[in-house]
Design a protein around this ligand. Structure first.
Ligand code: HOZ
Length: 432
C-alpha cells in the first residue's frame, strides 16, 4: 500500500503554523497523539471528504458529530441558501429561532424552554451559571473524563483534547474557579452518594455526559443515571445532562429518551446546528425563567440565534424527525462495529469495542472501559499506528483514542465494508 500524496496539505500546514497556534483552531484536530500532520480539507459530500491533494476519505469524524446526515444534505443546503438570501444576522428575533426552539422542545423530554447560544462550551457555561443562580449554591459535581467544553470551572479532569494532550486540568484556570468543582469517577454511584451525603446541600448541580463521548465512548452502567437523578432530587441539586454529543445522535430525543431518565436541564450542540455554530441549553420553564430578561441570571450573545445557523439546525432536525434514519444508523453501525471487532480478534489484538447508537470507539484495551481510569490504560501507541494505517487506506478517523467515531445516514454498506476490509489489513499489520 503506497501512502497517498499529501504534499499540498503538508505545505499548507507549515504555513498555517506561522499564523495559528499549532496550525489548528481547536487542539483536538492536531495529530499530536497519532503522528503526522492534519489533512487540510477542501470539501465534503455525503459520507466523504476530500483533502486539498484531492484524496477521497470515508469520514467517521463528521465534524466531530454534527453531520449525522452526512455532508451537504440537499434539504439542509437548500434551507441555508434560502436564509442566506435574506441576510446573515440581524441581532433581533427571527421566526427561525422560535421554530428551532419548538422543534427542540418537542424532541427532548426535559426541555420546556430553551436558549440558543453559539457553541457547546457556551451552553454548558451558561447552564452552570443558571444552576448556581437558580439554586443559590456554588458547588458543581462533574465526572473525570467527561468533557463539557473549555469552561474554566469544568476544565478539571476533562476528557477530549485535554485528555489526549495530557492537560486534563489546564494552566490558566485560577484555583478559585476550580475550587467549587468536584470531580468523581464516572459510573460510581456509591461515590456520588457518599459525596452528596456529605455536601449535597451545597451542590448546585451534577453535570455529566449521559453517554460519554470524550474519553472514547463509555456507556452508563445499569442504574447509574437513575442514581444521579435520585441523589439530585433528594438534595435539591439540579441534574444537567450534557447532550452536546448525544443529543439527536443516540436517539432523536437524546440519551435521556433512550435511557428514560429526565434531567432538570440539558445542554446541546453539534447536531442542533447541523454543522453551523450552535449550542443550546434548556430545561424546566421554572428554571429557565431565571435567565435574563425574565430573571436575574445574565447571559447574552450578538450572534446567538443567527438565521443561517438556525436554518441549518432546523432543516437537520426536520429531516431527522420526518425520515427517522435511526434504525438504519443502528444497523450500519453495528455491522461496522462487528466487522472491526472480528478483524481485531483475528489479528490477536487486545481490544474492546463500545457502541451506543451511531457513536463508537475501538479501544486498544483488554478490559471494558467504564471510567477515566480504565480509559487511561489504553494502548495509545497501538491506536496511533491504527489511525495512520487507516488514513493511508482513505479512512478518516478521529485523531485520538479518546474521541467517538460517528456514522452518518449517508454511509453506505459499501463504505462500511471497505472500512472493515481496510481495518483487517491494518490491524493484522500492527499486531506484534
Ligand atoms: N469537542 C470536540 C471533540 N470532542 C473537538 C472539536 C474540534 O476540535 O473541532
Amino acid at each position: 500500500m503506497t501512502t497517498p500524496s499529501r504534499d499540498k496539505s503538508q505545505a499548507h500546514f507549515v504555513r498555517a503554523q506561522q499564523s495559528i497556534p499549532g496550525g489548528v483552531n481547536s487542539p483536538a484536530r492536531a495529530f499530536g497523539s497519532v503522528g503526522g500532520d492534519p489533512l487540510i480539507i477542501d470539501r465534503g459530500e455525503g459520507a466523504s471528504l476530500w483533502d486539498i491533494d484531492d484524496n477521497r476519505l470515508i469520514d467517521y469524524v463528521g465534524s466531530w458529530g454534527p453531520h449525522i446526515l452526512g455532508h451537504r444534505h440537499p434539504e439542509v443546503i437548500e434551507a441555508v441558501e434560502a436564509a442566506l438570501a435574506k441576510g446573515t444576522s440581524f441581532g433581533a428575533p427571527t421566526a427561525l429561532e422560535t421554530e428551532l426552539a419548538e422543534e427542540v422542545i418537542a424532541a427532548v423530554p426535559s426541555v420546556e424552554k430553551v436558549r440558543m447560544v453559539n457553541s457547546g462550551t457556551e451552553a454548558t457555561m451558561s447552564a452552570i451559571r443558571l444552576a448556581r443562580g437558580h439554586t443559590g449554591r456554588d458547588k458543581v459535581i462533574k465526572f473525570a473524563g467527561c468533557y463539557h467544553g473549555h469552561v474554566d470551572s469544568l476544565l478539571v479532569e476533562a476528557g477530549s483534547g485535554a485528555l489526549t494532550l495530557g492537560v486534563p486540568s489546564s494552566p490558566g484556570v485560577p484555583a478559585g474557579c476550580a475550587a467549587d468543582t468536584i470531580a468523581l469517577a464516572y459510573n460510581d454511584a456509591a461515590g456520588l452518594a457518599a459525596t452528596m451525603e456529605e455536601i449535597g446541600s451545597e451542590v448546585a448541580c451534577v453535570i455529566l455526559e449521559p453517554v460519554v463521548g470524550n474519553m472514547g465512548v463509555v456507556a452508563p452502567a445499569d442504574g447509574f443515571l437513575e442514581a444521579c437523578r435520585e441523589l439530585c432530587t433528594a438534595q435539591g441539586s439540579l441534574l444537567i445532562f450534557d447532550e452536546v454529543m448525544t443529543g439527536f445522535r443516540v436517539a432523536y430525543g437524546g440519551a435521556q429518551s433512550l435511557f428514560g431518565v429526565t434531567p432538570d436541564m440539558t445542554t446541546l450542540g453539534k447536531i442542533v446546528g447541523g454543522g453551523m455554530p450552535v449550542g443550546a441549553y434548556g430545561g424546566r420553564a421554572e428554571i429557565m425563567n431565571s435567565i435574563s430578561p425574565d430573571g436575574p441570571v445574565y447571559q447574552a450573545g450578538t450572534l446567538s440565534g443567527n438565521p443561517l445557523a438556525m436554518a441549518c439546525g432546523l432543516a437537520t432536525l426536520k429531516v431527522l424527525r420526518e425520515q427517522d434514519p435511526y434504525p438504519q444508523l443502528e444497523e450500519m453501525t453495528s455491522r461496522l462495529v462487528d466487522g472491526l471487532d472480528t478483524a481485531a480478534t483475528d489479528a490477536g489484538l487486545d481490544h474492546v469495542v463500545a457502541r451506543v447508537g451511531s457513536m463508537f470507539t475501538l479501544f486498544f484495551n483488554p478490559e471494558p472501559v467504564t471510567s477515566y481510569d480504565v480509559s487511561a490504560r489504553n494502548d495509545t501507541e497501538r491506536f496511533a499506528a491504527y489511525h495512520r494505517g487507516m488514513l493511508d487506506h482513505g479512512i478518516y478517523l478521529p485523531c485520538s483514542q479518546f474521541e467517538a467515531n460517528f456514522v452518518s445516514a449517508a454511509h453506505t454498506g459499501q463504505d462500511v465494508d471497505s472500512t472493515i476490509a481496510a481495518a483487517r489489513e491494518v490491524l493484522t499489520g500492527i499486531a506484534d
